[in-house]
Design a protein around this ligand. Structure first.
Ligand SMILES: Cc1cc2nc3c(=O)[nH]c(=O)nc-3n(C[C@H](O)[C@H](O)[C@H](O)COP(=O)(O)O)c2cc1C
Length: 167
């Protein structure tokens, strides 16, 4: 069974999450490709898709939304999981986004699960404009990604796929 992990990442931390999900899926015997969402021409040949996007100013990145639009017809027929990576900090996550609004662009594509993972913010990655926004919303700098939670979510996907017929 072949799985596509498609990621939309501006500074790389969402891509790292995609890579860890892929590693966990491969450990269960699945064949997994990790690709930038914007470079995926087709999802044909895959039996399942995991789509992840970083969140910027309350929105998924355009390439994740475009991925959903571009591959809508195929995605309607495949099991699809999605994740968002954004909130920062260990306590009350800030800024807070409505998970349903984040994936609204996927429309009627059925989603098995949408997980919001805590992200990473490194000042050395950011330009002046981004630093100003970060200051305004008082988001904390740091790497808050919870690898245990990410791996657990990936294992849940693998376990569901183990009962699915290949496409
Ligand atoms: C300018 C800016 C705006 C952001 N806006 C949000 C936001 O609205 N909601 C959120 O949860 N995270 C927000 N974040 C945090 C990012 O989503 C987080 O740093 C994420 O891990 C970045 O992923 P990437 O490295 O894949 O681009 C913002 C970060 C920056 C720099």
């Amino acid at each position: 069974m072949k799985v596509l992990v498609a990621v939309a990442s501006r500074h790389g931390s969402t891509r790292d999450i995609g890579e860890v999900i892929a590693r966990e899926l491969r450990a269960t015997g699945l064949t997994v490709d990790v690709r930038d969402a914007k470079h995926v021409d087709t999802v044909q040949g895959y039996d399942a898709v995991v789509l992840g996007s970083a969140v910027y100013i309350g929105n998924w990145l355009a390439e994740a939304k475009q991925f959903g639009e571009r591959h809508r017809d195929e995605l309607l027929k495949l099991p699809v999981w999605v994740f968002s990576s954004g909130p920062l900090g260990l306590g009350k996550h800030q800024p807070e986004n409505d998970p349903q609004a984040l994936v609204a662009s996927l429309g009627d594509i059925p989603i098995r699960d949408h997980k919001v993972f805590v992200g990473k913010l490194d000042p050395s990655d950011l330009g002046l404009g981004e630093k100003l926004i970060v200051k305004m919303v008082r988001a904390p700098y740091g790497d808050f990604r919870n690898w245990v939670e990410i791996r657990r979510w990936a294992r849940g996907i693998a376990s569901q796929l183990s009962t699915e017929p290949a496409h």
